[in-house]
Design a protein around this ligand. Structure first.
Ligand code: TXA
Ligand code: MG
Length: 316
């Protein structure tokens, strides 16, 4: 990127006074008006807060990248209100339809072949012949999609390379001054980004583990693929040590199960609670007075794998 363009992006990035409105009629209408006008707005979903823009408007989607300071154009997830809309954008095989019927609305993203007349801006798919679609379960995101009347592209609402936001305050921490509005729907339920699976015909490939455990379904078709994304997203600003059973003097220890620690993902050893609290605990550790973070071992399998995936990348 040239210096001039970088300078221009910087200016747009700091042009806003970021308003925070509670989720409700006024907030949804304000969010929809901004998005229709080509802006991006932070909106809660059941997984993490998303930075939503009109997926049919390339300039609006470019604004997402500018606000996040993303160095490259990764393809984004498009959020749809219903299966009909999804089927106008992508080709659904019987397998894809069965997955959608079972898990939508909810934290499952399907990467599917694009239809020729899909209407989605090219910047969203970064030139791929496939598109990642999901129907979110959170009422706030559903209301905003319906009020805008367009599918919405939305990556997690945080500056590139920082921890995903599970509260409005997390969004403000890295995007304050870069976006016009955060719709505050309180803490998110799941706290981990959606499971992503690519479906072509009856073949499925797991691209990102998440709240929905597809391992049984994938096992049956015999096509499990290790998570292929090696980016360093979700990174706290401090070094992170995994599988720690006790803290060194300079470490903030995030525990799991009954143990002595500074914060606990789940005292009772519950993985659902741990997933919901993960990014919260990482944000808290980042703000704490110790220069390093340590994190206790977690059981493997299902949601444990999804959490380990995020931690391994945070530690990378
Ligand atoms: O829970 C979530 O999925 C959140 C909320 C806001 O919905 N969104 C989210 O989006 O995590 P984002 O942009 O942070 O992650 C999108 C991921 C990227 O890793 C990208 O590589 C992958 O989806 N992706 C997008 N389009 C794809 C495609 N056509 N094929 C394979 N992977 C794709
Ligand atoms: Mg992200």
């Amino acid at each position: 990127m040239s210096g001039a363009i970088a300078g221009e992006l910087m200016e747009t990035n700091t042009a806003f006074r970021t308003e925070i409105l509670p989720y409700g009629k006024v907030g949804v209408e304000a969010a929809a008006a901004l998005i229709r006008a080509g802006q991006c707005v932070a909106v809660p979903t059941e997984t993490v807060y998303g930075l939503a823009a009109d997926a049919t408007n390339g300039d609006a989607v470019a604004g997402i990248y500018a606000a996040k300071g993303r160095p490259s154009f990764n393809p984004l997830i498009v959020h749809v209100p219903d299966l009909d809309t999804a089927e106008r954008i992508a080709v659904f095989s019987d397998t894809a339809r069965a997955l959608a019927a079972r898990h939508w609305p909810g934290p499952l993203t399907l990467a599917l072949p694009l239809r020729p007349d899909h209407g989605i801006a090219a910047i969203v798919t970064a030139g791929l012949a496939t598109i990642a679609l999901r129907m979110p379960a959170h009422a706030a995101m559903q209301d905003v999609i319906r009020a805008v009347g367009r599918p919405l592209a939305a990556p997690s609402a945080n500056a590139s390379g920082t921890i995903s936001p599970t509260r409005a305050a997390h969004v403000a921490r890295t995007l304050n001054g870069r976006i016009p509005l955060i719709l505050d729907g309180g803490p998110t339920d799941m706290g981990l980004e959606s499971t992503i699976v690519a479906v072509e015909g009856d073949k499925m490939r797991l691209l990102r583990p998440g709240p929905i455990d597809l391992s049984l379904q994938l096992d049956r078709s015999g096509r499990i693929e290790a998570p292929g994304q090696l980016d360093s997203h979700y990174a706290p600003a401090k070094p992170l040590r995994l599988n720690a059973t006790s803290a060194h003097a300079d470490e903030w220890l995030i525990g799991f199960g009954p143990m002595i620690c500074d914060a606990n993902l789940s005292k009772s050893g519950n993985l659902v609670e741990a997933a919901a609290r993960l990014f919260d605990c990482l944000h808290e550790a980042d703000m704490a007075g110790k220069p390093r973070i340590a994190i206790a071992p977690l059981p493997l399998g299902g949601l444990g794998d999804a959490i380990q995936d995020r931690l391994a990348r945070a530690a990378a």
